[in-house]
Design a binder for this molecule. Sequence first.
Ligand SMILES: [Zn+2]
Length: 69
Amino acid sequence: MSQGAEHSSGADSGEVDPKLLALLRCPCPQHQPLQQRPDGLACSGCERVFPVVDGIPVILPEPEDPSAD
Ligand SMILES: [Zn+2]
């Protein structure tokens, strides 16, 4: 009996549709296109990496600097 129905640690949930990926831009000032990497989507401009959850890229703008007052 196999109860191995859990998600294997493959990359099947971390991949973004290439057509979607082509439309994405980093929210940073450079607005660079993003690159698929094993750990998420990487910006070549600011080197941030955005996580991918169930095939959906989680792209958030940079958090506001609390000391910028
Ligand atoms: Zn960027």
